[in-house]
Design a protein. Structure first.
Length: 210
């Protein structure tokens, strides 16, 4: 997709976003032209950097700062950037690379969740519940369910270590609050929350019987 399709003159200036769907080992992006880009994360090399986009706004061109995440395989690469319409104007004297015209634009929250995931090595065990909530919002439905179960186990461990296994559900509710908050704005996070509550209920029953 050329720069005209991505960056030219929406009024107000708001370049079209790509839709993001994350699996543990691959990334799928639905571009604004409805084309799907699928990229394997297994063995990829991620790079994060500042960059700029040359954006046409009304009748003038501006350089806008963006953050860039480049994912590289030996024979393929994908570049994801933050929204240029949220970036500050970049003076011409500032030396940063230009984002490629085919870069996928995703919202800043999604960019943060994706970059933390790939730069952190893609390990759920390293994620706190708040990180899992952000990750669930960009996950596929299947991966969101797995994330919900991991969040539930993390929350149960916090509750049980603090108060024992038979104390009330309000503590679990508090521990899962980041996921519940994310579920208000994201269908995938809502699916993760359903999986978390089901997992927590089953784990609590098994612990009581034991």
């Amino acid at each position: 997709m050329g720069r005209t399709a991505l960056y030219r003159d929406p009024v107000p200036f708001r370049p079209a976003r790509a839709e993001l769907q994350l699996e543990p080992d691959y990334l799928a992006l639905r571009m604004p032209d409805a084309r799907w880009v699928r990229f394997s994360l297994d063995g990829c090399t991620p790079h994060a950097a500042d960059g700029f986009v040359a954006a046409r706004i009304d009748t003038r061109w501006e350089r806008r700062f963006v953050r860039m995440l480049t994912l590289e395989q030996p024979y393929a690469h994908v570049v994801v950037i933050t929204p240029p319409d949220h970036g500050a104007v970049a003076p011409n004297v500032v030396r940063v690379p230009e984002a490629p015209a085919e870069a996928a634009i995703i919202d800043t929250d999604e960019f943060d969740a994706l970059s933390d995931w790939v730069l952190g090595g893609g390990r759920l065990a390293a994620c706190a519940i708040v990180d899992l909530a952000r990750l669930a919002a960009i996950a596929s439905p299947q991966f969101a369910a797995v994330i919900g179960e991991v969040a539930a186990q993390r929350a149960l461990e916090l509750v049980w270590s603090a108060r024992g296994p038979l104390r009330g559900g309000s503590d679990l509710e508090s521990a899962l609050r980041p996921l519940a908050d994310a579920a208000k704005h994201s269908q995938r996070a809502a699916e993760a929350l359903v999986a978390a509550l089901a997992h927590a209920a089953g784990a609590t029953r098994r612990r009581r019987r034991g």
